[in-house]
Design a protein around this ligand. Structure first.
Ligand code: HXC
Length: 259
């Protein structure tokens, strides 16, 4: 697939792939095509054994300033229903490999929802997070009311969703929305550092562990514990588990193959 709105580097670093949102003039507003391209690139990375961790980023001014308002402006409810854009978002959420959002500048509306759909967020100290949809007389539609509330709690989520106010990277960090805040010139490097740590681990165990953490969002405790246990047992079916434990006993670094 030829990408129009994203730049893709499958081998950005060893075992690390990068997707860069690339509509800089529109502050990376997420039009339907761009979202399809992200979905397609993630599926390709999932199928590529060389890739162990994925980074999604924008540019210094914007990660993404939301869904493309100009594309939505004239749509009716039935148009939106027929377009069914959330099918794309659901596929993105099903990506098996870990995804880190490296965020600088505006991270708003669908942009904030995209970052929250990723597994971790590393931000520049210039990042601004918000769900300003209310100012357009709409509301978040790609998980914002759910993921934001789970991440930061009811009080702050209500305030952000009902007033559209932005929060700074430091506030987002204190509230538990993001993993790290670093000076702007370092945000991508910091995301790579985190991705490298993940890429050193067993891809099999990483996949099962990611799946298990995400399960906690969809299930009660008993069901989640049961799911976790199955995945825990499954780890023992891998060569990587033998290698990891053997390396510990032999006091050496493990070399994981994803088998
Ligand atoms: C389309 C957008 C856009 C968007 C910015 N632009 N955000 N185009 N959709 N979401 C365009 C502007 O129209 C402008 O184009 C150019 O990008 C630069 O933006 P400016 O507004 O001139 O920049 P600035 O004054 O610095 O203000 C930045 C901003 C503001 C505060 C981020 O652009 C803004 O409020 N954007 C909208 C944010 C928002 O409401 N997001 C939620 C969208 S709804 P021109 O051609 O004029 O130069 C949503 C629903 C998700 O996300 C539902 C699930 C998918």
């Amino acid at each position: 697939m030829n990408y129009e709105f994203i730049l893709v580097e499958p081998a950005y670093h060893t075992h690390i792939a990068l997707i860069r949102l690339n509509r800089p003039k529109e502050l990376n507003a997420l039009n339907l095509q761009l979202m399809l391209e992200i979905k397609h690139a993630l599926a390709e990375f999932d199928a590529n054994d060389e890739v162990r961790c994925i980074i999604i980023t924008g540019n210094e001014r914007a990660f993404a300033a939301g869904a493309d308002i100009k594309q939505m402006e004239s749509k009716t409810a039935i148009d939106m229903l027929k377009i069914d854009q959330f099918e794309t978002w659901d596929q993105i959420r099903k990506t098996k490999k870990p995804i880190i959002a490296a965020v600088s500048g505006f991270c708003l509306g669908g942009g904030c929802e995209l970052a929250m759909t990723c597994d971790m967020i590393v931000a520049s100290d210039t990042a601004k997070f918000g769900q300003p949809e209310i100012k357009l007389a709409i509301m978040p539609g790609a998980g914002g009311t759910q993921r934001l509330t789970k991440a930061v709690g009811k009080a702050l989520a209500m305030e952000m969703v009902l007033t559209g106010k932005f929060i700074s990277a430091d506030e987002a960090h204190s509230a538990g929305l993001i993993n790290r805040v670093v000076p702007q010139e370092l945000y991508l490097d910091e995301a790579v550092k985190l991705a490298k740590e993940i890429a050193l681990q067993s891809p099999v165990a990483i996949r099962l562990a990611k799946e298990s953490v995400l399960k906690s969002f969809d299930s009660g405790l008993q069901e989640g514990l049961f799911f976790e246990r199955k995945n825990f047992y499954m780890c023992f079916a891998s060569d990587d588990q033998k290698e990891g434990m053997n390396a510990f006993v032999e006091k050496r670094k493990p070399d994981f193959k994803g088998k």
